[in-house]
Ligand binder design. Structure first.
Ligand code: U2F
Length: 466
């Protein structure tokens, strides 16, 4: 009843780095929308709150700040530095902020913790509070299974004498992958003791205690792996792919020109960069879209090689480029290619990937990017860097056949030219495209009113708000 639901207080604990807090907020927004009487407190650092809420106001979701652990005037010397400093403060920062939140909500006790799956400490917190715990895993099922198998993987690796070219075929569904594809947190000696790796290891031990675990995936993605995961959790909820199930927008259609609906009047897809209008002028499946996610940039020599390859190939392109393209790309590249491509500081990626003109996505293989590419029906060229990205690449290439890695694992002019031509102008590329379109249909099925992800989402809403 509304009187009892108005006493519910859900704490959402976001991980403030990479593309974690954004998807979590979208998910929570949709849950909160269906339970207007329930109070949600969304915890993250000031910087992350600023970014994911921007000007958004959700009546029953209160943004709340946790301390980021950074000294005044801090300038990072590596991407891991702010993460490690933050983890030193965690979970005390969340604990403090939650106590304050309860006070501000007139003593309304926390009844459910929805957290980034990284936050293993929620297992004990939830128990102390007599609350539910629902972690959200923002990457794929295969990387989750790999993390849950950390102990056996490490044991096998040392038994192997540390040889990383061996298959993972002793784990159901992972026979396509090798030890060398694993996240460094699992299998690299130098990294195992680092704070981040320690967190991931703890996570693998604590996650099975969760009330339920939600994941950005859908039923057609690696069923064998999902079955294995189901045996490890009380309840596993596939509620993805997030780009369709979490954004209130018109139903997805295949190969529809979304620009025909005038993106500028659509608040979800502001086309301030002009990318979508520009795509309208390009032929079907002819454009390469290049992006390496929210914080990764390839090293200078690889950027140069990629630029040379794309220029020589003559294929039109859109490049979402972090940094200064004038100084970081080859001399006069922008000038020479101005009729062929667009280089922008930030792109409306999920919309670009749905445009009929896009034929390939050159990506670092972050999981959000992969799901968006699947939803758009676009095959991928993969240049992974860290974390789950190597394993993602292997699965795209071997298990799905919808992606291809670059030769020797990094961009060279020749190697990149070869894969661009393969995907955009060969029969092999067409086969990849057909396969990704099949997956795209499965994603749409899962998202229909009686589809699997929609049903799971309803269960998730009930768990959180009742
Ligand atoms: C971490 O992922 P990243 O943030 O590096 O990358 P993605 O998971 O691919 O997410 C990038 C998101 O940013 C959006 C894009 C994705 O939703 O649409 N975006 C955009 O809108 N415009 C741009 O110009 C560029 C990007 C981590 F590094 C990965 O390994 C993990 O798989 C991932 C999920 O846990 O988190």
């Amino acid at each position: 009843s509304s009187s009892s639901s108005s006493s519910l207080h859900v704490a959402v604990l976001a991980f403030p780095f990479g593309t974690h807090a954004g998807p979590l907020l979208s998910l929570v927004e949709k849950i909160a929308d269906s339970a207007p009487n329930v109070t949600f407190s969304f915890f993250s650092t000031a910087r992350s709150i600023d970014k994911v809420f921007s000007n958004k106001r959700i009546p029953n979701v209160r943004p709340r700040i946790v301390h980021d652990g950074l000294p005044k005037g801090f300038r990072p010397s590596s991407p891991m530095e702010p993460i490690n400093l933050f983890l030193k403060e965690t979970p005390e920062n969340y604990r403090r902020a939650m106590e304050e939140a309860v006070e501000e909500e007139n003593g309304k006790k926390i009844t459910c913790l929805v957290s980034d799956a990284f936050y293993w400490f929620c297992a004990d917190m939830a128990e102390e509070m007599q609350a539910k715990w629902i972690p959200v895993w923002t990457s794929g099922p295969h990387s989750l299974l790999a993390h849950l198998s950390t102990d056996i993987l490490r044991w096998r690796l040392s038994w192997n004498g540390g040889k990383k070219d061996r298959t993972l075929n002793f784990i159901p569904g992972l026979s396509d992958a090798n030890f060398s594809d694993l996240p460094r947190e699992i299998a690299s000696e130098e990294e195992m003791e680092a704070p981040f790796a320690a967190m991931m290891h703890k996570m693998s031990q604590m996650l099975p205690r969760a009330t339920a675990l939600a994941i950005n995936s859908f039923d057609a993605v690696f069923p064998t792996i999902v079955k294995e995961l189901e045996s490890k959790f009380k309840l596993l909820l596939l509620v993805g792919p997030f780009p369709i199930t979490t954004k209130p927008k018109p139903p997805l259609r295949v190969r529809v020109k979304i620009t025909a609906e005038n993106p500028d009047s659509d608040p979800i897809s502001p086309d301030s960069t002009g990318c979508l209008k520009w795509l309208d002028q390009q032929e079907d499946a002819s454009v390469a879209y290049i992006s390496f996610g929210s914080f990764m940039t390839p090293p200078p020599h690889e950027l140069a090689a990629l630029a040379d390859a794309i220029e020589e190939s003559g294929f039109p392109f859109i490049w979402s480029f972090r940094g200064d393209p004038e100084t970081e790309l080859p001399f006069a590249f922008l000038k020479r290619t101005k009729n062929k491509g667009k280089v922008v500081p930030w792109a409306p990626q999920s919309h670009i990937l749905k445009h009929r003109a896009v034929g390939v996505f050159v990506t670092h293989c972050g999981w959000n990017s992969i799901m968006e590419s699947v939803v758009g029906g676009v095959p991928m060229i993969c240049r992974p860097f860290f974390g789950d990205q190597m394993l993602n690449t292997r699965m795209l290439e071997k298990a799905w056949g919808i992606g291809v890695g670059v030769e020797s694992g990094e961009f060279t002019r020749k190697g990149t030219l070869k894969v661009l031509e393969m995907v955009l102008a060969s029969e092999k590329g067409n086969v990849m495209r057909q396969k990704v379109v099949e997956l795209q249909y499965s994603a749409m099925e899962a998202d229909k009113p009686y589809g699997n992800s929609t049903q799971n989402f309803k269960t998730l809403i009930d768990l959180v708000t009742k």
